[in-house]
Design a protein around this ligand. Structure first.
Ligand SMILES: [Zn+2]
Length: 124
C-alpha cells in the first residue's frame, strides 16, 4: 500500500478512520439538502426520508457526521466502511469510464476499501 503515513495507519482502527475520511467528503458533496425539509437531519421515522433518493447516503452521513476516533468500536467502523463502499460503488458505478484500471480517487478508494474488507472477512 504505502499511501498512508503517520500515526493513523499503524493500527487497524487508525487505518479505518483514515479510510472513512474520503466517503465522508464524497457523500457530503453528493447529497443535496436544498429541497430537504429536515435540512439533512435524517429521521428514520420520516416518510420523506424513506422515499428520498439520498436516503442511504443521508443516513450514512447522519450516523458518521462526527469523525471517528481511535476509541470507536471496530465493528462500528467496519460497518460504516461497508455501507460507504456499497454506496460509493452504486453511485459511482453508474458513471461511465470507470473500469478495473481506472485510477481516479474514487476507484482507488473503492479498491482499498474492498481489499481491507476482504482481508477482514478472511480473518473472521
Ligand atoms: Zn474511476
Amino acid at each position: 500500500m504505502g499511501t498512508l503515513t503517520g500515526l493513523n495507519s499503524r493500527t487497524i482502527t487508525g487505518h479505518l478512520v483514515t479510510l472513512l475520511e474520503y466517503p465522508r467528503w464524497l457523500i457530503d458533496r453528493d447529497v443535496d439538502f436544498t429541497d430537504c425539509h429536515l435540512s439533512g437531519d435524517y429521521e428514520a421515522g420520516d416518510s420523506t426520508c424513506v422515499d428520498c433518493d439520498f436516503g442511504r447516503a443521508c443516513r450514512w452521513l447522519a450516523a458518521n457526521r462526527d469523525v471517528p476516533t481511535l476509541e470507536s468500536p471496530l465493528e462500528e467502523l467496519i460497518e460504516a466502511l461497508t455501507t460507504a463502499a456499497n454506496y460509493v460503488r452504486r453511485a459511482h458505478g453508474a458513471a461511465a469510464g470507470h473500469d478495473r484500471r481506472c485510477d481516479c480517487d474514487t476507484c482507488a478508494w473503492l479498491r482499498e476499501a474492498n481489499n481491507f474488507l476482504r482481508a477482514r472477512r478472511h480473518r473472521a
